[in-house]
Design a protein. Structure first.
Length: 200
């Protein structure tokens, strides 16, 4: 076996269940308010979502909370977090279950919240996903807007995590997702120091 070459492999484990079966105990928990799309948010448009650079992200239209130093992070939740409303791009299109995995993969890496380049940090840094687990709680079919609430707990030695909740317009939990990722310099950016700032 020639060890000079390596190939990437992806392992996927899918567990299926009936999401329409309403059985078992339930609790009504107090949830945090979600940003109002009309009053609190602005469109989030950037070259980062170009179909040639980011095909998953190009499938959606995004709105993000306004009022912070940058649109990358949400002022009400902190620099290590982001709220982003998503709508499937295209006339008369709405969500289905297949879109939830695509939506999870379209969330820009949260370390970019701390980089002065913003979303252009992808030209200097790579943020590959090591593992991703997606737990769909409710069928989103027919929903027009979904809010993705993401948070990063730690970035240490080039490794970071991203936790996500996807909720509908009534703040009902549709899915949860957890990503483990790594961050390393691209060849063109080797030698560049990552200098996080408290605000951008």
């Amino acid at each position: 076996m020639d060890s000079a070459f390596s190939s990437p492999y992806i392992l996927s484990v899918i567990t299926l269940g009936n999401l329409h079966r309403k059985t078992g105990p339930s609790l009504s928990l107090q949830s945090k308010p979600i940003p109002n799309r009309q009053n609190d948010c602005v469109p989030w448009k950037h070259d980062y979502f170009d179909p040639n650079k980011n095909p998953p992200g190009a499938r959606f239209k995004f709105l993000v909370p306004k009022g912070g130093p940058t649109l990358l992070w949400s002022p009400a939740r902190g620099q290590n977090a982001r709220d982003q409303w998503a709508k499937v791009a295209g006339e008369n299109e709405s969500f289905n279950m297949e879109y939830l995995g695509l939506l999870a993969d379209s969330v820009p890496a949260l370390p970019m919240n701390y980089d002065s380049q913003g979303l252009k940090a992808t030209e200097t840094w790579a943020f590959p996903t090591v593992s991703l687990s997606l737990d769909i709680r409710e069928d989103p079919t027919g929903k027009e807007w979904i809010l993705v609430r993401s948070k990063m707990r730690s970035l240490r030695d080039g490794r970071f995590d991203m936790e996500m909740q996807m909720v509908d317009e009534d703040n009902n939990l549709l899915a949860t997702c957890r990503q483990s990722c790594v961050m390393f310099a691209r060849r063109s950016g080797q030698g560049r120091e990552f200098s996080p700032k408290a605000s951008l």
